[in-house]
Design a protein around this ligand. Structure first.
Ligand code: FES
Ligand code: FES
Length: 151
């Protein structure tokens, strides 16, 4: 099976996909984009969050074939010309990273939230990030980072 799509603004083609292969696997193992993390592979943790045609999705739940002709943006694609995005900067500055496994998904989910709602309340932040699990932090630094990015 073959997949042709746009990833972070570049046309990419992948041959030899197996039936049932996830988009997450394609990104990480075939396209050299390890930003989206494989933590649960069941749609439970949000570590694999990406944009698919502008929609926030768990890439572990997307069949690679479903991305045919689509525009995919990963956490790597949020940094423009080598400069971290404001959300990426805010996570760094707030120290909202421990092991970092959840961080790419949180960054993409925060980017999505702030595109839709540039001044979210704490309740709106918590709701938007409810699908992103972190096993390391008490979430306070993560909330600080989102508030800072919104500012
Ligand atoms: S790895 Fe996709 S939701 Fe956990
Ligand atoms: S920083 Fe380790 S899982 Fe979130």
């Amino acid at each position: 099976m073959r997949l042709a799509c746009t990833v972070n603004g570049e046309a990419r083609e992948v041959d030899g996909l197996w039936e049932g292969e996830s988009l997450l696997h394609v990104l990480r193992e075939r396209l050299g984009l390890p930003g989206a993390k494989n933590a649960c592979e069941q749609g439970e943790c949000g570590s694999c969050s990406i944009y698919l045609d502008g929609e926030l999705v768990c890439s572990c739940l997307v069949l690679a074939g479903q991305a045919e002709g689509s525009e995919v943006v990963t956490v790597e694609g949020l940094a423009e010309e080598g400069e971290l995005s404001p959300v990426q900067e805010a996570f760094l500055a707030a120290g909202a990273v421990q092991c970092g496994f959840c961080t790419p998904g949180l960054v993409v989910a925060t980017d999505d939230l702030l595109r839709r709602n540039p001044s979210p309340s704490d309740a709106e932040i918590r709701e938007a990030l409810a699908g992103n699990l972190c096993r390391c932090t008490g979430y306070e630094k993560i909330l600080d980072a989102v508030r800072a990015a919104a500012r």
